[in-house]
Design a binder for this molecule. Structure first.
Ligand SMILES: Cc1cc2nc3c(=O)[nH]c(=O)nc-3n(C[C@H](O)[C@H](O)[C@H](O)COP(=O)(O)O)c2cc1C
Length: 202
């Protein structure tokens, strides 16, 4: 087997990133949103719609989702750069990132963004500890299109975002990515067994 450099492996793995999605959460009236490109369909059964997503433990959203077992995942259109910048480049710990972003509370009491390609309201049914992050497995309990009420435009992919983000954002994007990579490298091997409390209760 050829030995590939870590950078080459990382570039190959980028082929396995997901579309760029916005993930919202809510706890005790505090509403938040973040960006991810690590979401995937987690069930092929149309009657059991499921998805999963990896969220770093240093993100505020991680705690909100872990503590409430609820989140909404939004597919975005490929013109929603500003929203990605707002939700994905700074933490919501100290600010209200959803202020000024039109939304309503969905069936689970979690913000549903008006402007998106489509959204999936999810209830967490299991989690996997990944050391530096948690993989949340969610049952999809409600679905809708954005305010246009039908699929509009194309879905934002991770590759499209990286290639077309405004040049003035790139240095900050690279800095944030490097910091997240350092965090992940330090904690990736510290995997702990975790039992999702929702399962314990059932
Ligand atoms: C294109 C893109 C993809 C991202 N993917 C992830 C991801 O898969 N998992 C993650 O935990 N953070 C990801 N992030 C970073 C979070 O969105 C970012 O840390 C955000 O500020 C977290 O906000 P919060 O602290 O309010 O939860 C991504 C950011 C961008 C711009």
């Amino acid at each position: 087997m050829p030995i590939l450099q870590p950078d080459t492996v990382y570039q190959l793995l980028r082929n396995i990133t997901s579309p760029v999605v916005a993930i919202t959460s809510e706890r005790d009236g505090k509403r938040n949103g973040m960006i991810s490109d690590s979401a995937v369909r987690a069930s092929i059964a149309p009657t059991v719609p499921r998805l999963s997503v990896y969220i770093h433990k240093f993100n505020f959203s991680h705690d909100l989702i872990f503590e409430t077992g609820r989140f909404v995942l939004h597919l975005l259109r490929d013109d929603q750069f500003e929203l990605i910048h707002r939700l994905g480049f700074a933490s919501g710990r100290a600010s209200d990132k959803l202020a000024g972003v039109p939304h309503r509370l969905g069936e689970l009491g979690v913000p549903v963004l008006d402007d998106c390609y489509a959204h999936f309201e999810c209830r967490v049914v299991n989690v996997m500890d990944v050391g530096s992050s948690t993989c949340f497995l969610g049952d999809v309990v409600a679905v809708g299109y954005g305010a246009a009420r039908g699929p509009q435009g194309a879905v934002m992919t991770a590759a499209y975002f990286r290639a077309h983000m405004p040049a003035t954002w790139r240095a900050q994007y690279e800095r944030l990515l490097e910091a997240a990579q350092a965090y992940a490298a330090e904690r990736a091997r510290d995997i702990r067994p975790v039992i999702w409390r929702g399962l314990e209760r059932s």
